[in-house]
Design a protein around this ligand. Structure first.
Ligand code: AMP
Length: 311
């Protein structure tokens, strides 16, 4: 049993109101893997340059993650992203994106990565997502993420991949941008018509919402008093969610299963943002995650005395 993820493995430079890091391990596949590794064996697929440090490969290998499909391109540079966050930590400006070895990346999966039970297509060119999907031997569950860049420059290719996956995980704003719809339920309905069983809207500090053909579920974010670095929150959320689905081993992906998956994704993302980059996830324990999921469960339950009569 394993989870394959394709996406960026990066160095990030980040400035937030609480400090900065000039060069830290990041990337969508990295954040996803660190979260999903609590649930199953993860195989990240992606290139790194000759500048990628051995200790970062060790961090990526935490909790049994297998890095055989991380290809080192000796003369090349690892993908580099740099961003700065506003005071509310919700707004982010990208200062630089240097593709490095990602520019010529053509994924070629090992037999073990192809045989995955669950596949996550993190935010990369939709044509590369399609190529990975083509190579896999029919995973039980597939999910994807994307971003405004691909919605603007490769919309048709992105729609074609969405038609082939079980679950779409996007930001609230990306779902609206992709569909041109004014309300999230209307936008989600349009995406569901393309084929996926579930659409999950990430809403940052406001939580996440799940839309299926016959159901809806919404979960707030874990209420944190202090957030240090939001980078990778979305990918960590996806890692917890997809990891939980992998561990549950259910054939059908029900609303209940996805609600539980969202709770684990939410708890893991909340730890991720409490420190820079991968720092917190690298030394997190499953007991801490369970405890936070239990708290979230408690926060979102309520008993309501029904009014006997109205005035
Ligand atoms: P998130 O905060 O969940 O949107 O994820 C941020 C992570 O995505 C960072 O660690 C970046 O290295 C990575 N990233 C940023 N821009 C891109 C891009 N254009 N393609 C792939 N990965 C990216």
């Amino acid at each position: 049993m394993s989870i394959t993820v394709v996406g960026s493995i990066a160095y990030d430079a980040v400035r937030t109101p609480f400090g900065e890091r000039r060069r830290m391990l990041g990337g969508a596949a990295t954040h996803f893997a660190l979260a999903a590794s609590f649930f199953d064996t993860v195989r990240p697929v992606g290139p790194v340059g000759g500048d990628f440090a051995t200790e970062d490969l060790r961090t990526l290998s935490v909790r049994g993650t297998i890095t055989d499909d991380v290809v080192t391109v000796p003369g090349g540079e690892t993908f580099f992203w740099s961003g700065v966050y506003g005071d509310d930590l919700n707004s982010r400006e990208t200062l630089a994106t240097e593709l490095g070895v990602f520019a010529d990346f053509q994924p070629r999966l090992s037999p073990a990565a192809r045989a995955c039970e669950v596949l996550f297509l993190a935010n990369i060119q939709p044509s590369l997502q399609a190529s990975v999907l083509d190579q896999c031997d029919g995973p039980r569950f597939t999910a994807l993420d994307s971003m405004n860049l691909w919605i603007e420059t490769a919309r048709a290719e992105l729609i074609a991949v969405i038609e082939r996956v079980d679950c779409v995980i996007l930001n609230d704003a990306e779902i609206r941008q992709l569909t041109g719809r004014h309300t999230l339920p209307d936008a989600a309905r349009e995406l569901l018509e393309l084929g996926p069983e579930a659409v999950i809207a990430k809403q940052g500090e406001y939580g996440a919402a799940l839309f299926t053909r016959d159901g809806f579920f919404s979960l707030p974010a874990y209420p944190l008093v202090s957030v240090v670095d939001p980078t990778g929150a979305g990918d960590t959320f996806a890692g917890g969610l997809v990891g939980y689905v992998a561990a549950a081993r259910e054939r059908t992906v029900s609303r209940e299963l996805l609600a539980g998956a969202m709770a684990y994704g939410t708890a893991l993302a909340s730890f991720n943002v409490q420190e820079f980059g991968t720092e917190r996830l690298a030394r997190l324990s499953f007991d801490e995650v369970h405890a936070r999921v239990a708290e979230l469960h408690r926060f979102t339950q309520f008993e309501m005395p029904l009014l006997k009569e109205t005035v």
